[in-house]
Design a protein around this ligand. Structure first.
Ligand code: UD1
Length: 419
C-alpha cells in the first residue's frame, strides 16, 4: 500500500510537459490487435492500467517491449488467442476494449465482465447491444461472455447514451464488418478522435469521430507497420492546473490542446485565474484567493468531464462562496467528500448533487484515496492545506498518473511517496 505524504503551503510554480493520455492509450493498445505486424507507440504513459493491458496483450500472444526512450513496440504478427485471461481482465475496466479488436482479428472472443474503479454502476450493455447490431452472436456461460463475430456486417447503430467505451468498441469491431457502419449519438470525447486517427493509420477507413456520428467502412486489410503518437492527457493537464490554482501558483503546461480543456479553463477563469493559451500550451496565474464557482455539472464532452469533478470539488472547498456540483455521469463519485471533511471541508450531498461552502483553509489530515481521481483531488487538497496530509492507498492514483508525486515535486511541491 503506497502513501503520499504532502507538506502543504508550497505553490506550484514552473513549467511541465503533460504526458500522453491514458484514456486514448488504453483503446489504442487494444486496437493494436487489429494489425498483423509491428506497432510503435510514442507518448504512451507508463501507468498501472497500461501495464495491465500489456499483460493481457502478452497473454493473447502479442510481444510488448518498452524502449529506453519511452517508446512502446507491439508485435502482433503472430497468431492471437481469442480467450482473454480472466483474473486480470476483472481488475481492469478497459479490458472490455479487447472485445471489438478480437472480433475484428479472430472473428470470435471470450471475455469476463470487467472491473475498474468503483465509481458507480458501470454496465456494458451498450457495448454488447452495439456489437450484436453488427451481427455478433453473444451468449453468457458461467460468467463468461462468448462472442461469435464470424458474420459481422455494417449496421446503423443508435446509442441510447454517448458512452465513450461503447463508441470505441463498436468502432474497432466495425473495421472488420462487411459494409458501412454508422454510430449515432456517439461519444464526442477527443480520445475517440485519437482512436480514429490510429485506426486510419492502420489502414482502416473511419470518419466523423469527435462528432456524434461516426462512420466506419469495414473490411480493409490493415497495414503491417505503424508508428503513432498518443494525444496529450487532458485530465492530467486539468489536475495540474487545479493544483496551481489552489496553491496561488503560476504554471505553464506544454503538450496540452487548449480546446480539450476548454470547460475546465472556463471554471478556472470564473474562480479568478488568469489564463493564456498557446497552440499546444496553457499558462495559468492564480489569484491570492479563489473566487466563487457557482455551478459545475458533469456531462459528456464537450461538457465538463466527470474525471475532473473530484479535483474541482477539492478546489471549491477553499474558494469563496458556494459551489453546487451535479455528477450526471457516474452515480457514486463523491467518495472524496468525506475524506475532504477530515481536512476541514464543508459540504452537503443529496444523491448526485453536492453543495460546497468554501472555507478559509484546509488542515492536513490522514485521508484515504477511494478511487483514482478522488485520490488526485486529495493530493491537491494536501498541497493547499496547512501542515501534513497523508494520502493512504495512493497506488490507486498510479492507475491514471505517471508519478503524480514526482510531477508535483517538479513544480515545487513537497510530496514524498512511501511504499
Ligand atoms: C470513459 C473513461 C473514463 C471516464 C468516462 C466518462 C476510458 C478508459 N475511461 O469510461 O475515465 O470517466 O469515459 O467520460 O476511456 N454506460 C452504460 N452502459 C454501457 C456503457 C456505459 O449504461 O454499456 C453508462 C455508465 O454506467 C456511465 C455512463 O454510461 O454512467 C458513461 O460511461 P462511458 O462513457 O461508457 O465511460 P467509460 O467508457 O467506462
Amino acid at each position: 500500500m503506497a502513501k503520499f505524504i504532502v507538506e502543504g503551503g508550497y505553490p506550484l510554480v514552473g513549467t511541465a510537459k503533460v504526458s500522453g493520455a491514458k484514456n486514448a492509450a488504453l483503446p489504442i493498445l487494444a486496437a493494436s490487435l487489429i494489425c498483423r505486424g509491428q506497432i510503435r507507440l510514442r507518448g504512451c504513459p507508463r501507468l498501472r492500467d497500461v501495464d495491465n493491458m500489456l499483460t493481457i496483450l502478452a497473454d493473447l500472444g502479442v510481444c510488448c517491449a518498452w524502449e529506453p526512450n519511452g517508446g512502446l513496440t507491439l508485435d502482433t504478427a503472430d497468431g492471437v488467442e481469442y480467450v482473454m485471461p480472466q483474473r486480470i481482465s476483472k481488475e481492469l475496466r478497459s479490458s472490455i476494449f479487447m472485445l471489438g479488436p478480437l472480433l475484428a482479428r479472430c472473428g470470435k472472443a471470450v471475455c469476463t465482465y470487467p472491473g475498474g474503479c468503483e465509481i458507480g454502476n458501470r454496465p456494458i450493455d451498450l457495448h454488447l447491444s452495439g456489437l450484436s447490431a453488427l451481427g455478433v452472436q453473444i451468449r453468457e456461460e458461467r460468467g463468461l461472455i462468448l462472442c461469435d463475430g464470424s458474420a459481422m456486417r455494417g449496421a446503423d447503430i443508435h446509442l441510447d447514451y454517448p458512452s465513450v467505451g461503447a463508441t470505441e468498441n463498436i468502432m474497432m469491431a466495425a473495421v472488420a464488418a462487411k459494409g458501412t457502419t454508422y454510430i449515432r449519438n456517439a461519444a464526442r470525447e477527443p480520445e475517440t478522435e485519437d482512436l480514429q486517427a490510429f485506426l486510419n493509420a492502420l489502414g482502416c477507413d473511419v470518419s466523423g469521430a469527435g462528432t456524434s456520428s461516426v462512420r466506419v467502412n469495414g473490411g480493409l486489410p490493415p497495414k503491417a507497420y505503424v508508428q503513432y503518437d498518443i494525444m496529450p492527457d487532458r485530465i492530467v493537464a486539468g489536475t495540474l492546473l487545479c493544483g496551481a490554482a489552489m496553491t496561488g501558483g503560476e504554471i505553464t503546461l506544454n503538450n496540452v490542446v487548449p480546446q480539450h480543456v476548454g470547460s475546465m479553463l472556463s471554471k478556472l477563469r470564473e474562480a479568478g485565474c488568469v489564463i493564456a493559451c498557446g497552440e499546444k500550451s496553457v499558462a495559468l496565474r492564480a489569484p491570492k484567493r479563489l473566487g466563487e464557482i457557482k455551478m459545475i455539472e458533469t456531462l459528456p464532452y464537450p461538457g465538463f468531464p466527470t474525471d475532473m469533478q473530484a479535483q474541482f470539488f477539492s478546489l471549491a472547498t477553499i474558494a469563496d462562496g458556494i459551489c453546487v456540483i451535479v455528477e450526471n455521469v457516474f452515480e457514486n463519485r463523491f467518495k472524496h467528500g468525506p475524506e475532504l471533511t477530515r481536512m476541514g471541508a464543508i459540504y452537503t450531498q443529496k444523491d448526485r448533487t453536492t453543495v460546497i461552502r468554501g472555507v478559509k483553509e484546509l488542515t492536513g489530515a490522514q485521508v484515504v484515496a477511494r478511487d483514482l481521481r478522488g485520490g488526485a483531488a486529495l493530493t491537491l487538497a494536501g498541497l493547499a492545506a496547512t501542515g501534513i496530509t497523508t494520502i493512504h492507498e495512493a497506488e490507486l492514483i498510479d492507475r491514471g498518473y505517471e508519478r503524480l508525486d514526482a510531477m508535483l515535486c517538479g513544480l515545487g511541491a513537497h510530496v514524498t511517496r512511501e511504499v
